[in-house]
Design a protein around this ligand. Structure first.
Ligand SMILES: Cc1cc2nc3c(=O)[nH]c(=O)nc-3n(C[C@H](O)[C@H](O)[C@H](O)COP(=O)(O)OP(=O)(O)OC[C@H]3O[C@@H](n4cnc5c(N)ncnc54)[C@H](O)[C@@H]3O)c2cc1C
Length: 323
């Protein structure tokens, strides 16, 4: 059948990371010359189906069931299993979200399909579909090929693909009826996990001002918060800032924090260690202030500002406030 990408819902809209997964699946379909289907499942999913219809694919498969009204690992795994059995996709693609981490391993067990999690890139090479994963704190990249004719379940890391790269279309919708009983749903989910509390979701922020150890001490944090406010940005940080307790843990960007892909990532006093970079390299534009001209962050930055943040940040904030 080709590639099946599963959409996740956030509120009444497609989850931002699911759009990245669609971009990944579209890229795979093009490189493999395969059919692409988009699966939407839930209850009262007409709004979501309409949004899915506007994405370029061969078809949208819609599964509406009242027992999918609320997310449950059992329900979503069972329906995905049934779709995989009926449609026989070569690959099932999703974003590497908390929900996917919860239910896709069950689909792997039910179907015997291997689960390649947290993939950062895909390429077609010598007739093989090659997925790359990071290993050992992102120091090594590992290429993975699914062998044996089995279907592969693949989740893509946040920012591996850009949501803005999604191709639009007018895709036909096919409704399918599948069976699911209350007895099959043994687990009840609590409220969805918020990637960050206080209504702050760094993964969907357009502009992020991120602060590093170069700030020196916690009394300087308000200075950077002022800049973030003047830019209409969310504030984020490298790990040492979080470990020091200068900002709360949900603000951390990097391999042990969040992966972000804003339109603008403004880095202040961050060196650019690999564990930080993996969490922000998908940003569309990067500006970095660092007093060290050889700081690794400059290898990635679109605009490099070499200088003392204590001088630059207040002046920049003032200039923005006076606009
Ligand atoms: C298992 C593991 C997981 C990790 N996970 C993460 C993670 O998720 N996120 C993360 O960020 N890190 C993570 N790290 C830590 C990572 O290796 C780095 O130590 C960390 O990213 C460094 O943070 P930093 O750039 O803020 O600090 P530093 O490396 O100390 O860099 C500070 C920078 O500020 C500059 N600077 C100093 N003073 C000024 C000034 N006045 N004006 C301008 N520039 C100045 C310096 O030149 C320097 O480049 C992890 C490490 C491990 C081992």
């Amino acid at each position: 059948m080709g590639i099946l990408v599963i959409l996740e819902q956030k509120g009444n809209s497609i989850h931002g990371m699911s759009l990245e997964a669609v971009a990944a699946a579209q890229d795979m379909a093009e490189k493999l010359n395969s059919k692409l289907s988009i699966l939407v499942m839930g209850n009262d999913i007409d709004p979501l189906t309409q949004q899915a219809k506007s994405l370029e694919a061969s078809e949208v498969i819609a599964v509406n069931h009242e027992l999918l009204k609320e997310y449950s690992c059992d329900g979503f795994a069972e329906i995905t299993k049934q779709v995989v059995e009926i449609e026989s996709p070569e690959f099932v693609v999703m974003a590497h979200t908390y929900m996917v981490r919860d239910f896709l391993p069950s689909v792997s067990v039910f179907t015997g399909a291997p689960f390649i999690a947290d993939v950062i890139s895909f390429r077609a090479e010598d007739g093989n579909s090659v997925f790359t994963k990071q290993m050992f704190n992102s120091k090594l990249g590992s290429d993975i090929v699914v062998r044996g004719g089995s279907c592969g379940l693949v989740s893509f890391q946040s920012a591996a693909y850009q949501a803005s790269a999604v191709k639009r279309g007018d895709t036909p919708v096919r409704q399918i009826e599948l069976s699911l009983s209350q007895e099959q749903i043994r687990s009840k989910s609590e409220e969805p996990f918020q990637e960050s509390s206080g209504g702050v979701d760094l993964t969907s922020a357009d502009v992020i001002v991120s602060v590093g150890r170069g700030i020196g001490e916690d009394t300087k944090i308000p200075m950077v918060e002022e800049l973030a406010k003047a830019m209409g940005a969310e504030i984020a940080a490298s790990r040492p800032v979080i470990d020091s307790g200068w900002l709360p843990p949900f603000r951390q960007v990097g391999s042990s924090g969040q992966n972000v892909s804003p339109k603008l990532y403004f880095s202040v006093g961050i060196s650019g260690a690999i564990q930080h970079v993996v969490g922000m390299k998908g940003s569309q534009s990067i500006i970095a202030i660092n007093k060290d001209p050889d700081a690794p962050i400059f290898e990635l930055a679109d605009y490099a500002v070499v200088g003392d943040l204590n001088e630059i940040v207040p002046k920049l904030t003032e200039a923005l406030q006076n606009q």
